[in-house]
Design a binder for this molecule. Structure first.
Ligand code: AHR
Length: 629
């Protein structure tokens, strides 16, 4: 292998390897959004879903679901609880497949309450273990006839992934309740009502170049009514209108009929998250089309105005000065500093003439006011089909900025497509490999596994993305997160339960690329040819001009060990470097909650002899060499 470290071929965009967040598989509610109470505002279709009436120790009473209707259209329902006994009556909440709590950690409870008349009523708040024991408790005493927020906190005395919450009425009488909420204090950056720290840490550990949000199909909605509308996701969480999640499903083998979007993780939180983890924000907006796999509802072209306005206002919300309407709103929400938005997606996985017609309207309006914003247009999930080719041609004619390709294919497809971008037009739109994942069984199969065969195929494919960094400006695996008891889609990059999480082998592939993305592509050849499958090996090399390092990636997808002699033009004789290896002898190997590091990177030191270094490329291995230059 010869690496010409002194011959720069292409620039690697700082955004090259990023993450794509969608609230699928309970990634948001029940996942990253750390709220432990399910259906806290009683807005699910069945208003008491997740809740159970409690009558213990002779307690008795009743609960009514009331609707304020137009008086509070974004959060109309609340409950009216009447206790007929001095104690023992109330409700319990089951959480999202239970509530994960940790011994000695603090939990913050809050509730909106109103008393029909000021009576001597208090609320007994109890955290209950799976065994039925009280493992934390506190009291709040509503005191007003007007809606008011009451808060309290307690420490959990046990660790339990399956706890639940009880809210019991002390005293005879009635009380109105809404927004019953429980959060760990220890969230990401200790933000009140914030995000689950261990899951965000997994993202931060990837140092992603961008964060795409909020989807995916949920941008589109099953019908236009349930599309994602960013303006309804900011401000007081009690006023963020909850809607059914596009991924809510009754399927018997993976039922999630309790899957809703509370939007506690809304657009301000997404922008903050991107900022926190050093990623460039990439919001996707609805283009006036509902999900092509559901109703395919369309907004007539002459009625697209409000949709386009949402897009323009979003740019102002992200970048406008505090003197603008939406920049001021951002400041009022606690973030006066702009978010430096540079790109935005128009539509997700849409195709056909209706999409082009709508895209053109968005493009014209956005670029008229914000010519510097790069627009991402979707090419759909069908990279080999006619629709894809036609769309691709249309967008090239329109001189589009970035084209978003999706591929959920077999591992063999990834190996066969390593050269996919070698012959792409070098001029014109850049490529965003926006959603990809090798499917061990088939696309959409619930039996897909995040196994090593898939991960190593993705590693090989990514050498092709990297070699073609002049064409490919961004790439992200999808989907990102999955709750082990609440998923709809496999495979997924990071799996979690209520307390723990693990990165799949695919996660470590993504991480190794992202942490070693470098700044410039340099040629790496074997017998004067790019390494695209010779003896099952695939390779690429980049310089990190800031750190003065050369980074070489070699993926051996074969079952035979290979001996490699790396000859680096430009390395100082005798240089010392590092070798990071991700490897398994077992193509079916996986990571799990119990064995999270089964397939994970191992680092060692290497030393060059002159300008050479000899490596053994084990079977099924992904090696990353770093050396100063
Ligand atoms: O990643 C899961 C889904 O796959 C996304 O929501 C959609 O864009 C694609 O069909």
């Amino acid at each position: 292998y010869v690496i010409a470290a002194d011959n720069i071929k292409a620039h690697v965009q700082p955004t090259m390897y990023g993450v794509f967040f969608e609230d699928i598989n309970m990634a948001g509610d029940g996942g990253v959004y750390a709220e432990l109470v399910k259906n806290r505002s009683f807005e699910f279709k069945a208003p008491l879903m997740g809740w159970k009436e409690l009558k213990q120790d002779g307690g008795d009473g009743s609960v009514l679901v009331l609707n304020r209707g137009v008086a509070n259209p974004d959060n109309p329902r609340f409950i009216h609880v009447t206790s007929k006994t001095p104690k023992g009556y109330g409700l319990s909440n089951e959480g999202f497949r239970g509530m994960g709590v940790k011994k000695d950690d603090q939990y913050n409870f809050s509730v909106l309450a109103k008393l029909p008349w000021v009576a001597g009523i208090s609320l007994q708040i109890e955290l209950i273990s799976a065994k039925g024991e009280v493992i934390g408790s506190a009291t709040v005493s509503p005191s007003s006839k007007e809606w008011k927020k009451y808060t309290t906190n307690f420490n959990a005395t046990e660790t339990d992934p399956k706890a639940s919450l009880r809210v019991l009425v002390n005293g005879k009488g009635s009380v109105d309740l809404d927004m019953i909420s429980l959060f760990p204090k220890d969230t990401w950056k200790q933000r009140e009502g914030g995000l689950r720290a261990d899951l965000v840490q997994k993202l931060a550990d990837m140092k992603p170049g961008f964060l795409r949000f909020p989807g995916g199909c949920i941008v589109e909605g099953r019908e236009l009514d349930t599309r994602y509308q960013w303006k309804k996701t900011i401000g007081d969480v009690a006023d963020r209108r909850m809607i059914i999640n596009r991924w809510n499903t009754e399927f018997a083998h993976r039922p999630t009929p309790d899957y809703y979007q509370s939007f506690g993780l809304g657009f301000l939180e997404y922008f903050e998250l991107a900022e926190d983890i050093g990623a460039s924000p990439l919001p996707i907006i609805n283009c006036g089309m509902a999900c092509q796999f559901n109703t395919c509802e369309l907004v007539p072209l002459d009625q697209l105005g409000p949709y386009v306005k949402d897009a323009l206002d979003l740019i102002e919300f992200a970048n406008g000065s505090v003197k603008t309407t939406w920049g001021k709103k951002r400041a009022q929400l606690g973030h006066p500093k702009p978010f430096n938005l540079k790109m935005m997606g128009v539509g997700n996985e849409q195709w056909g003439p209706q999409y082009i017609e709508r895209y053109k309207i968005f493009e014209k309006a956005i670029h008229a006011r914000y010519p510097q914003i790069k627009l991402v247009s979707s090419l759909g999930p069908n990279p080999d089909g006619e629709i894809f080719d036609d769309l691709n041609k249309s967008f090239r004619k329109l001189n589009a900025d970035i084209l978003d390709e999706h591929y959920y294919r077999a591992p063999q497809w990834f190996l066969q497509n390593v050269k996919r971008y070698d012959n792409y037009a070098r001029k014109g739109p850049k490529i965003f490999a926006g959603e990809y994942a090798a499917q061990s069984v088939s696309a959409g199969s619930p039996d897909n596994k995040n196994n090593w065969q898939c991960a190593i195929a993705e590693a090989a494919f990514m050498t092709g993305l990297e070699r073609n960094a002049d064409v490919v400006s961004m790439a992200s695996y999808a989907p990102l997160f999955a709750h082990v008891e609440g998923w709809q889609w496999t495979p997924d990059l990071i799996w979690f339960d209520n307390l723990k999480s693990y990165g799949t082998p695919n996660y470590y592939v993504q991480q190794l690329y992202s942490l070693n993305k470098g700044t410039d592509v340099v040629p790496l050849t074997l017998d004067n040819k790019a390494v695209t499958g010779q003896e099952g090996c695939f390779a690429s090399a980049v310089l990190d001009s800031k750190g003065h390092q050369l980074i070489i990636k070699i993926v051996n997808t074969g079952k035979m060990e290979q001996k490699a002699d790396l000859v680096v033009n430009g390395v100082k004789p005798g240089s010392k470097g590092t070798l990071t290896v991700l490897q398994s002898d077992d193509l079916n190997g996986v990571n799990s909650l119990d064995d999270p590091l089964n397939i994970s990177p191992k680092k060692s030191k290497i030393e060059f002899m002159g300008n050479h270094v000899k490596l053994i490329l084990k079977q099924y291995s992904f090696c990353v060499v770093r050396v100063s230059i």
